[in-house]
Design a protein around this ligand. Sequence first.
Ligand SMILES: [Zn+2]
Length: 242
Amino acid sequence: MIIRGCGTRKKGGLYVMSELNEEGGGKPIEDFLIDPIIPALDQKPFRSPQFFQTKDKIWHILIWVGKQFYPTPIHFIEEAGLFGVSRRIPKHAPLYLLTPKKSKMLFIHPKAFIKNANAIFNKSQYKCPKNKTHKETETCIGMHYALYAAQNNDNVLRINEYYNVPIREKIPQQDAILQIANKIENKKIQYGPGIFMIVPITSIHYIPNNNESDKEVIEKLKTYKVPSFLSTADYSKKEKIN
Ligand SMILES: [Zn+2]
């Protein structure tokens, strides 16, 4: 059983998936990070995933990652690195709009963008996962790893009560972490919403209730362009529908 920050999958739940294993292209999680983070400072929190279309007529989904489940963007990123992405979506969502692999899920986190990054970090104090050289006003995802290490004095990221991962090579040296920790104490970090990760939509999973209510959902799934499956909450089985 996979237990995510947002819990386990539920019967009757419809899930949009990005399988980042071989099935999904087998690329490392770094390839899906948006770095520098794109600020979205005016964006208010929202519950239902937002569908939007790009100029090429492809539809995508913007998803708000709640900080009650994922305290920082790196908790979400590392979980996706372990398990891929499985995101519950309301049954009335227009999933027929989606195109396999071209449609994407974009993730926004309320604390992704660091407004005063230049007051906290200098270039030697974090390691960019994409090896970019950043401008002073930019937020690098590597800053979140360095902040976590400084705030928790730990080289292990506790994703939730079940899973830990070593904080990868993204961490700067211990003395740099101490310097950051001192700065955090003196200067409060100013966070704002930002987009930090984009993944391709590879499939849709439905966990049946095993009653009459399944029929309507299954009929809809048959019409979707994205490969759709009946699955189990624990991912142990799946049966293709379309
Ligand atoms: Zn970076």
